[in-house]
Design a protein around this ligand. Structure first.
Ligand SMILES: [Zn+2]
Ligand SMILES: [Zn+2]
Length: 230
């Protein structure tokens, strides 16, 4: 069994000024591409645009910019256009999202600014309602809660940190915890318990190759290793 690297890369706090390829357009549209600008997302969902002539603040949702061209002429200025271009090209996050590093693969991703704690890219995120496989046991699980805090910060009912269970040793302690119930337990009478797992211990089934699918055996009735709230 192989596991992806667990060390997330750091992100630069600021970007140097760049240009985009000109697309045969004229006027503000061309200047939006070819003039050196650095676009930096702000915490409030707006963007600081640093240019040779000064730094302006663009509000995409309000279609507004603090530059004279927009303030005096109500123009769709080069700064507004540049921010829209960079959002479309996924160079900067759209309003309401922030850039984050996936805790499983280290890839860059955008997550809602309201999401705190470790992030997961779209390839490694699992959503409530999704059926996944436990890489350790092959059991099928139904995800019941979005990824939460780090595995080395979340304690189970037993008072142990999720990351401290030996069966979780191969998965990143910095990964967000995902809560899930065993599909088998839903078919039986009695208590259905929720268990907590480091995100990469749960394998998404829709990405499974035929070879991978073969190692998912019939569900066992064993209790999981990291019991938490029911
Ligand atoms: Zn402007
Ligand atoms: Zn990832």
């Amino acid at each position: 069994m192989t596991h992806p690297a667990h060390t997330p890369a750091s992100l630069p706090a600021t970007r140097s000024k760049t240009t985009l390829p000109a697309a045969g357009t004229a006027g503000r549209s061309r200047r939006a591409r070819v003039e050196p600008m650095a676009v930096r997302p702000l915490r409030d969902g707006r963007y600081a645009v640093e240019t040779e002539g000064g730094t302006y603040v663009v509000d995409l949702d309000a279609n507004a910019c603090t530059c004279p061209d927009h303030q005096l002429r109500r123009a769709r200025c080069k700064h507004l256009r540049r921010v829209a271009l960079e959002v479309t090209a996924r160079l900067v996050p759209p309003p309401g999202k922030r850039t984050a590093v996936c805790a499983v693969c280290g890839g860059r991703t955008f997550v809602p600014t309201t999401v705190e704690g470790p992030a997961l890219c779209s390839r490694h995120a699992v959503r409530p309602g999704e059926v996944v496989a436990d890489r350790e046991t092959g059991d099928r699980l139904l995800v019941v809660a979005e990824a939460g805090a780090r595995a080395d910060r979340v304690a189970t009912d037993e008072g142990r940190l999720v990351a401290d269970y030996p069966s979780n040793a191969d998965y990143g302690a910095h990964e967000p915890v995902v809560r899930a119930v065993y599909v088998d337990s839903l078919r039986r009478d009695g208590e259905v318990r929720t268990y907590a797992f480091p995100a990469s211990r749960l394998r998404r089934l829709r990405d499974a190759t035929p070879a991978d699918a073969a190692d998912v055996g019939p569900s066992s009735t064993d209790a999981g290793p990291s019991a938490t709230t029911a």
